[in-house]
Design a protein around this ligand. Structure first.
Ligand SMILES: C[S@@+](CC[C@H](N)C(=O)[O-])C[C@H]1O[C@@H](n2cnc3c(N)ncnc32)[C@H](O)[C@@H]1O
Length: 253
């Protein structure tokens, strides 16, 4: 038996993978990150599955439940929000489990940064605009290495997704404007893919006010960069004058 780390997706219960949903349906023990995971994801669980909300647990308590379960031959599903590899704190769990000789598997999920882009129907990687996506956060109680401070990341003027930071939007905007012009578009998406999703569209000039008016203080993605604007080049992939492995240029027009 093993422990499955499952990405639950951003909120909409249909945005979990089929593989993740099947494991939840068969799990004997489910430990889910209750602060963000939509509980509807657990609706198809076995009637006698034991369910734990990790928001109330310490690392040691989580590991104890997993270890005991696996030793009893049970299937353990550890359900994280979005994709577990991003601010999921899975590494510390996996390392302890592996030291104990407990096998683990990770099932990826739809991260909130892609759900936010979907909500506004935008593409991060526009030709002629940006070919790079930076996922980051402001420093809070968790430190961010000096070389990754918003100011230095902003110097690239890439497409940026900022997690865990909407409560510090004024400080964030100050740091972003050291490099992005004030008229750079910025969008805040709260609870992307949930029924009560909120979208606030603005520029670095007016977003602070708009976010305050919308009363958004948590569970939001902040997307910034010129990919949110309207100027870009068409892709080479579908260019009728551009040959590639699957499609050759038709010289006869
Ligand atoms: C601890 S991190 C977990 C991120 C998660 N692993 C992911 O891939 O989306 C929590 C942060 O993710 C963002 N977040 C999570 N779910 C969200 C959603 N549905 N809409 C917008 N932002 C979300 C917020 O910035 C929140 O503060």
């Amino acid at each position: 038996m093993k422990v499955y780390f499952i990405g639950a997706g951003p909120g909409d219960p249909e945005l979990i993978t089929i593989k993740g949903a099947k494991i939840i349906a068969n799990a004997d023990i489910i430990i889910y990150a209750g602060s963000l995971v939509n509980e509807e994801i657990l609706n198809n669980r076995k009637i006698d599955a034991d369910v734990y909300n990790s928001a109330f647990m310490t690392l040691e308590e989580i590991i104890d439940v997993m270890e005991k379960g696996v030793k009893e031959g049970k299937i353990v599903a550890r359900v994280h929000t979005g994709d577990p590899s991003i601010y999921g704190a899975i590494r510390e769990q996996i390392d302890i489990l592996e030291k104990k000789g407990i096998e683990c598997e990770v099932i990826p999920g739809v991260s909130s940064f892609v759900a936010a882009a979907a909500a506004i129907k935008k593409e991060f990687t526009l030709p002629g605009v940006s070919q790079t996506v930076i996922l980051t956060r402001m420093e809070g109680r968790t430190k961010v290495p000096e070389r990754e401070k918003i100011e230095s990341l902003a110097s690239h003027r890439a497409s940026m997704c900022i997690f865990l930071s909407v409560h510090m939007i004024d400080k964030l905007v100050k740091e972003l404007t050291t490099h992005y012009p004030k008229n750079t578009p910025i969008v805040v998406v709260q609870k992307a893919s949930w029924e009560d999703e909120k979208i606030v569209v603005g520029t670095l000039e007016d977003i602070v006010q708009k976010v305050k008016e919308a009363n958004i203080t948590k569970t939001a993605q902040i997307l910034v960069g010129d990919f949110l604007g309207n100027n870009y080049e068409l892709s080479k992939l579908y260019d009728k004058n551009f040959s590639h492995e699957y499609r050759k240029v038709n010289k006869n027009g």
